[in-house]
Design a protein around this ligand. Structure first.
Ligand code: CP
Length: 323
C-alpha cells in the first residue's frame, strides 16, 4: 500500500483485495454490541470537506471513531476559507496541530494530490472525492458490495471480480464515481460497460479499460450489476439532454427495465439518488437495490483504509471472545 489514497488507479489487484478482506474483518465489529477497536488510539484525523457530503463525511467519521481515533471535522462553510484562506494555509494550520491523516473532499480535481505532494503536511491524505476526478473509497465500497452479493461474504475472501459484468449508467462525464469504478473494477478483473447519452460520455473514453454503449436495454441482460449514476446538474454549464423526461425514458431504470436483468443481478447507486430521474422509487426500494447496504459497507471499507494507511498497532482480526 502507498502512503496516501488519491486514486483508485494507484491500487494494485493485491492492494484492493487486501482492503476488501480487511473490510470484512472490520464489518464484524459492526455486529458487536460495542462497535469499537483500540487500533488508532492517540491518532488524530481531520475530515476536511470543501464540498457537500452526507454519506462519505458521516461514514468516515463513524469509521474513525470505531477505530478510537481523535476526530476533527472541518467544513469550508463557517471556516476561514470563506474569508479567502488558501488550501496551503489551511493545510499548514492542520499540520501545526499535528494531525496524522487528512480526509479531503474538494471541488477541484487534483486538490488531494496537491495536498499529498506539496510538502505542506506530513499526514497521510485520503481522497474523499475531488471534482470530476476520483472517489476511491466509493469504488472500494462498491467492489466490496458486488463481491459480497455475487460471491458471498466468506466465499469472496481473497477473491477478485474476474469475469463479473458491471454496467455503469448515466452522467459519466461529471462522475468521479464512474472514473474510480472503471479503474478499480478493471484492476479486479471485471468487465465494465458504460451506458450514457453521447453528450455525457467524456472525450478520450476510448482509452479507458471499458466498453461504451448508448443502449441501456441491450446492456441489461448481460449485467451482473448495474450501477446508476446521478445527473450532476451542479456541474453542468449547458443542456446535455432535451428534458428530464426524455433522459428518464432512455437512461432511467424502472421496474420494466429491471426485469430485463438476470435474476441474480443487483442494482447499485452511490447516492444521493434522484428518484424519478435516473431510478424509480419502485427500483430504489426493491430488494435488488443495494444503495443502503453500500452506505453500511462504506464504514467497513473506510475503517480498512485508515487501518492499513495508518498502520494500526493492534491486529485487524476481531478476537473470538469479542464476537
Ligand atoms: N456517494 C457519495 O459520495 O455521497 P455523498 O456525496 O453524500 O458523500
Amino acid at each position: 500500500m502507498q502512503r496516501h489514497l488519491i486514486s483508485a488507479a494507484d491500487l494494485t489487484r493485491d492492494d484492493a483485495v487486501l482492503i476488501l478482506d480487511t473490510a470484512e474483518e472490520m464489518a464484524r465489529v459492526a455486529d458487536r454490541p460495542i462497535k469499537k477497536l483500540p487500533t488508532l488510539r492517540g491518532r488524530t484525523i481531520v475530515n476536511l470537506f470543501f464540498e457537500d457530503s452526507t454519506r462519505t463525511r458521516i461514514s468516515f467519521e463513524a469509521a474513525e471513531k470505531r477505530l478510537s481515533a481523535d476526530v476533527i471535522n472541518f467544513t469550508a462553510k463557517g471556516s476561514s476559507v470563506s474569508k479567502g484562506e488558501s488550501l496551503k494555509d489551511t493545510a499548514q494550520t492542520l499540520e501545526a496541530m499535528g494531525v496524522d491523516a487528512v480526509v479531503i473532499r474538494h471541488g477541484a480535481s487534483g486538490a488531494p494530490y496537491r495536498l499529498a505532494n506539496s510538502g505542506w503536511i506530513d499526514a497521510a491524505v485520503i481522497n474523499a472525492g475531488d471534482g470530476t476526478h476520483q472517489h476511491p473509497t466509493q469504488a472500494l465500497l462498491d467492489a466490496f458490495t458486488v463481491r459480497r452479493r455475487l460471491l458471498g461474504r466468506d466465499a469472496g475472501l481473497g477473491q477478485d471480480l474476474s469475469g463479473k459484468r458491471i454496467t455503469i449508467v448515466g452522467d459519466v462525464l461529471h462522475s468521479r464515481v464512474a472514473r474510480s469504478n472503471v479503474d478499480l473494477l478493471h484492476t479486479l478483473g471485471a468487465e465494465v460497460t458504460l451506458v450514457a447519452p453521447p453528450t455525457l460520455v467524456p472525450v478520450g473514453v476510448d482509452t479507458w479499460p471499458c466498453t461504451v454503449s448508448y443502449d441501456l436495454d441491450s446492456a441489461l441482460p448481460k449485467s451482473d450489476a448495474v450501477m446508476m449514476l446521478r445527473v450532476q446538474r451542479e456541474r453542468m454549464n449547458a443542456a446535455f439532454f432535451p428534458t428530464e423526461r426524455e433522459y428518464s425514458r432512455r437512461y432511467g431504470l424502472d421496474g420494466d427495465r429491471m426485469a430485463r436483468l438476470p435474476e441474480h443481478a443487483i442494482v447499485m447507486h452511490p447516492g444521493p439518488m434522484v428518484r424519478g430521474m435516473e431510478i424509480t422509487a419502485e427500483v430504489a426500494d426493491s430488494d435488488r437495490c443495494t444503495a443502503v447496504e453500500q452506505v453500511a459497507n462504506g464504514v467497513s471499507i473506510r475503517m480498512a483504509v485508515l487501518y492499513l494507511l495508518l498502520g494500526g498497532n493492534e491486529p485487524a482480526q476481531t478476537r473470538t471472545e469479542e464476537k
